[in-house]
Design a protein around this ligand. Structure first.
Ligand code: 6PG
Length: 260
């Protein structure tokens, strides 16, 4: 079941459960990959961490989807990372490696991991910003334009590692930041809003009843981006799509939608 809604805060596709949400997202990933590889010869993606996208990444590694993607031309970056070594249980890279990278023929040089194991998170951010600049051959102040940015939604309204009330929400020049997140007692590495909002396609994946309250606040509540950073996700010249399951959408006042 998929219900498509259009709101002032983006298009919403409501799927029956996490599995269908992940399948729909995998199909969209394949379509976008083929579109960008055909058009420009590569498909550049910033991956989300957390648990929600694990099912999507697992599906992308399954024959049904894996065999329809030209992995030689796919470049994978991360939207954010915990400041831990790549083999650490908390590492977003480790999760993606386990379920996807170890199962698809993507060249190692196409995997652009955040150097989150570095002692100094600020230096790690500078290093990743330099790597992004080189890859996208950036000149001047134009942020890089990812073909696709995948994001999750935290129960506190954060996306990537843009947490409520943190200074990184105001960062408009840097591409990568290393915010200290008080509530986590830890630093994170994260792409900044100028990068996220410059993407051609942004897909937010939200699943589960635990996200119903925050999803309603973000999509239908008062505009208060310092408390709800997800409300700052507004693509400059791109497409924003919320892919959510019924449980996460259960508090939404469903407008007129078309059921496909
Ligand atoms: C991370 C993510 C983070 C995540 C949300 C939702 O590093 O944890 O980038 O932004 O997307 O916290 O996490 P879940 O998918 O686990 O609910």
């Amino acid at each position: 079941m998929k219900l498509n809604l259009r709101t002032t805060r983006g298009e919403i596709h409501i799927c029956s459960d996490l599995e269908e949400l992940s399948r729909q997202a995998a199909a969209r990933f394949v379509r976008l990959a083929n579109e960008f590889v055909t058009r420009r010869g590569s498909f550049n993606v910033a991956l989300s961490g957390g648990s929600t996208p694990r099912c999507l990444y697992t599906m992308l590694a399954s024959p049904r989807f894996r065999e329809n993607i030209d992995w030689q031309r796919v470049h994978l970056f991360w939207g954010d990372e915990r400041c831990v070594p790549p083999a650490h249980a908390e590492s977003n890279y480790r999760m993606v490696k386990e379920v996807l990278l170890s199962k698809v023929p993507i060249p190692p040089e196409n995997i652009h991991r955040m150097p989150a194991e570095k002692e100094d998170p600020q230096l790690a951010a500078i290093e990743y910003e330099r790597a992004i600049g080189e890859f996208f051959k950036l000149s001047g102040s134009e942020p890089p334009r990812f073909d696709l940015v995948l994001l999750g939604l935290g129960e506190d309204g954060h996306v990537a590692s843009l947490f409520p009330g943190t200074a990184v929400l105001d960062e408009r020049r840097g591409l990568v930041a290393a915010p200290y997140v008080e509530k986590l007692h830890a630093h994170r590495l994260t792409l900044t809003l100028p990068v996220l909002n410059h993407a051609a396609n942004i897909i937010l994946l939200v699943s589960g009843r635990a996200k119903a309250a925050i999803l309603k606040d973000v999509l239908e509540g008062k505009y208060q981006p310092d408390k709800l950073p997800a409300q700052l996700i507004k693509p400059v010249q791109g497409k924003l799509l919320w892919m959510v399951d019924k449980a996460a959408a259960s508090n939404l006042s469903l407008g007129s939608g078309d059921e496909a």
